[in-house]
Design a protein. Structure first.
Length: 261
């Protein structure tokens, strides 16, 4: 499990060597630019007053295995929007998370709120592909990219009107993200190399990032008390995956997190 991040990245590299044989990068770029831009709808949503909630559609994960045997992803997405989610995150990594680009495109066509493509982006092709499939944002993970590549990918997102959620886990990665112009930084409480979770990680880094970027807390949020602590720290948004997926009544669960019930 310790090298799962490298395994996923290497697997994606092979996938996209094959995928570009079917649809070239030039063709995918044309397809992406043919889709109307989202005018950075994802990050603009996170700028709205109060805590923003990014709710995730996720069938499985490497650490938990299958989370949802029954996965009516469109019903789940609709329930998130009805419940008042700010944005929806959709896993598209096929092997370890059992995700799909089809889930992304169908959900983005079904809801009116912005949709994030959550995957392990290791090729610019994936960014164009995300836009062609109607995503409003993509995830860029500092730990699998060097600074130069991260900066290049952020510029591609900017050209497409896509938001980039740049994920960091420590101060060095926050510096890397800020240095390359990230406007939205997601600090992951989960260490992607061993999948341990430290719920205080994002709190330690909140002041370090300051007002230089929108700040998203990722992983380990389960209760209203967690949200209260993040609100006190001035966190702009929270991404909730497993606990949201496991909630039988997603509207009630989200309302509880918001303190409405």
């Amino acid at each position: 499990m310790a090298d799962i991040l490298e395994q996923i990245a290497e697997h994606n590299q092979q996938i996209y060597l094959d995928r570009k044989l079917d649809v070239s990068l030039t063709k995918m770029m044309d397809m992406a630019y043919a889709v109307p831009g989202t005018d950075f709808a994802f990050e603009n949503k996170l700028k709205e007053e109060g805590m923003s909630f990014i709710c995730e559609c996720k069938k499985a994960s490497p650490s938990k295995g299958v989370i949802a045997e029954d996965f009516p992803y469109l019903d789940i997405a609709r329930s998130y929007e009805t419940a008042g989610a700010s944005c929806i995150s959709v896993l598209t990594e096929p092997k370890w998370f059992m995700g799909s680009l089809d889930y992304l495109e169908e959900i983005a066509s079904e809801v009116t709120i912005p949709v994030l493509r959550k995957d392990f982006t290791i090729d610019e092709y994936m960014i164009y592909e995300a836009r062609a499939r109607k995503a409003s944002a993509v995830l860029l993970i500092c730990s699998i990219l060097d600074s130069q590549t991260l900066g290049k990918y952020i510029r591609i997102c900017d050209e497409l009107g896509l938001s980039a959620l740049v994920e960091a886990h420590d101060k060095n990665e926050c510096d890397m993200a800020l240095g390359e112009g990230a406007r939205v930084i997601g600090v992951n409480n989960r260490n992607l190399r061993d999948f341990t979770v430290d719920p205080t990680n994002c709190l330690r880094l909140r002041d370090y990032v300051g007002d230089k970027a929108l700040f998203v807390a990722e992983s380990g949020v389960k209760r209203r008390e967690d949200i209260i602590e993040l609100e006190r720290a001035g966190v702009d948004a929270v991404l909730i995956g497993e606990s949201m997926m496991r909630a039988e009544d997603k509207t009630e669960f989200l309302n509880n997190l918001k303190g409405l019930v």
